[in-house]
Design a protein around this ligand. Structure first.
Ligand SMILES: Nc1ncnc2c1ncn2[C@@H]1O[C@H](COP(=O)(O)OP(=O)(O)OP(=O)(O)O)[C@@H](O)[C@H]1O
Ligand SMILES: [Mg+2]
Length: 464
């Protein structure tokens, strides 16, 4: 059952067309303005968009362009009036499937739709599809256009130039290390080094020496003097990953580094001063650890000067199409063995058709809760590419089984705002709407509407 977004500001025409498309088996969502259409596209991967070009405010051209940019696999039909055919042609160059001039018979529209869907099915083998990542939505190599990601980019740009210590929190795979690198890259320290140390990956006994370095003979095995990571990061940024796993003894030494920017190598009495920006990350609840006594409170406050929290991917599904495109570009060129440094790469890339994602697959990607966040999404795309063989389109069947099993959304027209909805009221509204439509269809015959002429349900009684 194809999902279709119908955009037209003419109420009468729109509802008639919608009604008839529904009869033909389409799942139709209506948008009365360009703005409403853009909003609907944000959250849902429609199979088809049919949009009038002339709309007040955001016009149809922008709507179609946005739909194609975001979902290269969408079938876009442009509805034109007098004098806008040239615009329709431009849109077809951009990847729109077809156009239809107003006024039209419903059957003409059905014909255009059916053949466009068929064409798309045939062409999906090697179609050229407009594929382009909107560079406005990102920072460095990070992409995202959801409200939390835009706020994050702004925060990074604001705090990066300072020397303030930053604590990044977020679930596994949300991009904490990426953010740390972006902070370094955006800061005046980008000429210095970005030195990462994963506190949890280094045995407790070695962590000291790893961070602070040691002199020759400081301990068994210390055959030569060695600089620690702190010294290596002088003039740059030290990234303390998984800081919550730092042993308590070391926490105290770290506190001094944060307060005085100085320390001694192990086995040495000479004090070393460093100019280093510290960025720490954790997926543990440090505040809780403070209460339990496993993390020093003073260190917590020294680290948490600026708190950067990463939103889980399931709370920002509108970033998924952008992320998927980024991964297709990145993994696709790796898959072809194309290195950006190799002279062969540009030619090889120009010849290979871009890989696209079927809208049904995109819907499942956007509905899945992604406990492993962005990393898990990236792995799913990598897996799908491995299963692709000679095809150029990722289908739902190429996704991991748990993603494939995600329930299809049947109410794409309903927004689920972050602040929540009044569920009984919304359900009641849907019920009333359906009953009203059944009554219209049966010529206000309550009995017929209820008995099954229109409403095939048993528990509803017509309302008086
Ligand atoms: N906004 C983004 N844009 C593009 N790629 C992203 C984004 N966020 C995360 N990634 C990618 O997702 C993967 C995981 O990111 P990263 O390693 O930074 O997560 P993390 O929060 O440090 O994870 P963990 O808690 O497991 O250490 C990386 O391959 C990274 O490139
Ligand atoms: Mg990490």
């Amino acid at each position: 059952m194809p999902y279709l977004l119908l955009v037209d500001d003419e109420e009468a025409l729109r509802s008639v067309v919608a009604e008839r498309l529904t009869d033909q088996g389409y799942q139709v969502v209506q948008a009365a303005s360009g703005e409403a259409a853009l909003q609907a596209l944000e959250g849902f991967a429609f199979d088809v968009i049919v949009s009038d070009l002339r709309l007040p405010g955001v016009d149809g051209r922008q709507v179609i362009d946005a739909a194609l940019t975001r979902y290269p696999g969408i079938v876009a039909i442009v509805v034109t009036g007098y004098g806008t055919v040239k615009d329709a042609v431009d849109l077809i160059k951009l990847g729109a499937a077809d156009f239809i001039a107003k006024p039209f018979q419903f059957d003409e529209l059905m014909h255009v739709l059916t053949s466009a869907l068929e064409q798309r099915r045939l062409k999906s083998e090697n179609a050229y599809l407009h594929q382009q990542l909107d560079e406005r939505f990102g920072l460095g190599s990070m992409v995202g256009k959801s409200a939390p990601m835009r706020a994050l980019f702004q925060l990074i740009e604001t705090v990066a130039p300072t020397t303030a210590t930053i604590l990044i929190t977020g679930e596994t795979g949300t991009g904490k290390e990426m953010v740390a690198r972006a902070i370094h890259q955006t800061s005046p320290r980008h000429r210095g080094r970005f030195v990462a140390i994963n506190v949890s990956a280094i045995p407790e006994t070695l962590l000291d020496a790893e961070l602070f370095g040691h002199v020759k003979g400081a301990f068994t095995g210390a055959v030569a003097m060695r600089q620690g990571r702190l010294e290596q990061a002088d003039g740059g940024t030290l990234f303390l990953d998984e800081v919550g796993t730092m042993p308590v003894a070391l926490q105290m030494k770290m506190l001094r580094v944060l307060q005085e920017r100085e320390f001694e190598r192990i086995g040495d009495t000479r004090t070393i001063k460093v100019d280093v920006r510290i960025v720490a990350a954790t997926n543990a609840d440090l505040m809780k650890m403070v209460r339990e006594g496993t993390f020093r409170e003073d260190l917590y406050y020294r680290l948490n000067v600026i708190a950067v929290h990463l939103t889980p991917l399931r709370e920002r599904p509108e970033d998924i199409p952008l992320l998927v495109q980024r991964f297709l570009e990145k993994l696709g060129s790796e898959r072809r063995g194309g290195s950006f440094l190799s002279a062969e790469a540009p030619r090889a890339q120009a010849e290979d058709p871009p890989i696209t994602v079927a809208q049904e697959a995109m819907r499942r990607l956007m509905a899945f809760p992604w406990p492993g966040n962005v990393r898990q999404l990236e792995n799913a795309i990598e897996r799908a590419l491995a299963l692709l063989g000679g095809r150029t389109q990722i289908e739902a069947a190429d996704l991991p089984p748990d993603v494939q099993a995600t329930a299809e959304v049947i109410t794409p027209m309903l927004d689920l705002p972050a602040e929540g909805i009044d569920l009984p009221a919304v359900v009641a509204q849907i019920e009333k709407d359906l009953i009203d439509r059944a009554l219209v269809r049966t010529g206000n015959n309550k009995g017929a509407a209820a008995r099954g002429a229109s409403l095939r349900v048993s528990r509803y009684q017509p309302r008086s």
